[in-house]
Design a binder for this molecule. Structure first.
Ligand code: CTP
Length: 213
């Protein structure tokens, strides 16, 4: 099957030298890409800025920086895909007016930045007549499954993979993860704490069996 995967954070520029980012390492998305290659899938990996080499065997890796670039890259690579797994930690806000020159601190005790919403890439894939399945990720710190269920229906995905990012032993920037997959049909499957490579392989075989891919 043909799989598109987004991974890593996005960086939203403030000025030529600064940005707003987050702690996503990209490990989960890259592990998914590797697991998909191991299954024999054709993989398009769209990655934000991370310190990871593209997994061997990935058909194409597109490196982007901002949420806008990631949005455009995803929409440019939808043709022929069977499954989109959006694992990237996309910034929810970007700077309204990016400064052309470095912002100077002289004489400024406070600095107020105006932020505007970024486009939601996952939600943008919920269009009529789409021919592929869409799986999102949800990073939650409280009411984990409740928030994730709402997100699943709000964003119109087929399934959402939830992790509790308040934990130090799993999720963000960790080598391990512990996730629950919520399906739009109402059922759920949990995977116990394990290396992200193992979780990735389990996830892909679950999705492959579920969607007969
Ligand atoms: N996502 C996306 N584009 C965005 C924001 C999020 O594609 N602009 C995707 C992520 O890749 C992930 C899912 O949406 O698959 C959920 O991301 P998350 O950060 O948990 O949810 P948010 O929509 O940002 O909601 P909130 O931060 O309020 O929990």
């Amino acid at each position: 099957m043909q799989v598109l995967i987004t991974a890593g954070p996005t960086h939203e520029p403030i000025d030529p030298v600064r940005f707003i980012g987050n702690r996503s390492s990209g490990k989960m998305g890259y592990a998914l890409a590797e697991a998909a290659v191991a299954r024999g899938d054709e993989v398009t990996l769209i990655s934000g800025p991370v310190c990871l080499a593209a997994p061997r065997g990935v058909a194409r890796t597109i490196r982007v920086t901002t949420s806008d670039e990631m949005y455009e890259a995803v929409h440019a690579h939808l043709e022929g895909i069977d499954l989109a797994i959006l694992c990237a930690a996309v910034a929810d806000y970007k700077i309204a007016d990016v400064a052309e020159q470095k912002i100077k601190k002289e004489g400024c005790e406070t600095l107020t930045l105006e932020l505007v919403s970024t486009r939601d890439i996952l939600a943008s894939l919920n269009f009529p007549k789409k021919k592929f399945r869409v799986v999102g990720f949800a990073a939650e710190t409280n009411r984990v499954l409740g928030h994730a269920r709402e997100k699943l229906s709000r964003k119109g995905c087929d399934a959402i993979v939830v992790n509790d990012v308040s934990r130090m032993d799993a999720g963000f920037a960790s080598d391990n993860n512990e996730v629950t997959v919520l399906f739009r049909e109402g059922d759920e499957v949990s995977f116990t704490n394990a290396p992200k490579t193992q979780i990735a392989a389990q996830l892909l075989s679950l999705l492959g069996a579920r969607y007969k891919m």
